[in-house]
Design a protein around this ligand. Structure first.
Ligand code: HEC
Length: 203
């Protein structure tokens, strides 16, 4: 994070030097850690601050050890989400958003949709012009997904239930019991930020 050129593009020596040049910071760090600013105490302070930030969703609270943050069914849905392999693509802290994948890896989504293909349907191909990138899209993050219908790049899927069913058909290439799909939908609803869960607002 600190060294990432897209984030702070900095280094620990530079950060320590900046804190050390600020008399008030030096005295505050000394009063808490009993030592001058260093990489060790500054990274501890940063981590402590980050842990104090409000929990974004019930699922985040669950991951941090609050077993009561989600119901037994929602938890079962999370287990299904993992065991069916949704996590192969929707992964990491944002449950997606970190890779590109072909829509219709295991079934022809575009033929089944029944409307002619558009330029937008070509996905990443529009950017790279590589044939292997045709119909390839960024795997979306599923945070707040319960509030963001309609789904997919073409907005052709009206409900979360239908989106999950389409994922089984085209991305996993296998059927699943209705009950399992329902549990997965219940899990996906735990990814809504708590402030939005209360108001029902779109993110
Ligand atoms: C092989 C990779 C892959 C797998 C496996 C996969 N997905 Fe997806 N998922 C995608 C891609 C790519 C999209 C974006 C499709 C588009 O925009 O047209 C997507 C879109 C979605 C969406 C719609 C999100 C939106 O905002 O439009 C949901 C919901 C979803 N996936 C849930 C699941 C679930 C649940 C599973 C497991 C049953 C699953 N996915 C398995 C790649 C995958």
């Amino acid at each position: 994070m600190l060294a990432n050129p897209l984030e702070f593009a900095s280094t620990w020596p530079a950060v320590v030097a900046r804190f050390s040049a600020d008399a008030q910071m030096v005295s505050q760090i000394k009063s808490v850690y009993g030592a001058a600013p260093s990489q060790a105490n500054l990274s501890d302070a940063l981590a402590t601050y980050q842990r104090s930030l409000p929990e974004p969703s019930r699922f985040d609270r669950f991951l941090r050890g609050d077993a009561s943050a989600i119901t037994a069914d929602e938890r079962l849905g999370y287990e299904k989400f993992k065991s069916y392999g949704c996590v192969a693509c929707h992964q990491g802290v944002n449950v997606g958003g970190n890779m590109f994948q072909r829509l219709g890896a295991l079934g022809n989504y575009f033929a089944d949709r029944g409307t002619p293909e558009t330029r937008l349907d070509q996905g990443r191909f529009n950017v790279t012009r590589r044939e292997s990138d045709r119909h390839v899209f960024k795997v979306p993050s599923l945070r707040n997904v319960a509030l963001t219908a309609p789904y997919f790049h073409d907005g052709s899927v009206p409900t979360l239930e239908a989106a999950v069913a389409a994922m089984f058909k085209y991305q996993l290439g296998r059927p699943a019991p209705e009950a399992d799909k329902r549990l997965i939908v219940q899990f996906l609803r735990t990814l809504t930020a708590q402030s939005l869960e209360k108001t029902g607002n779109k993110p």
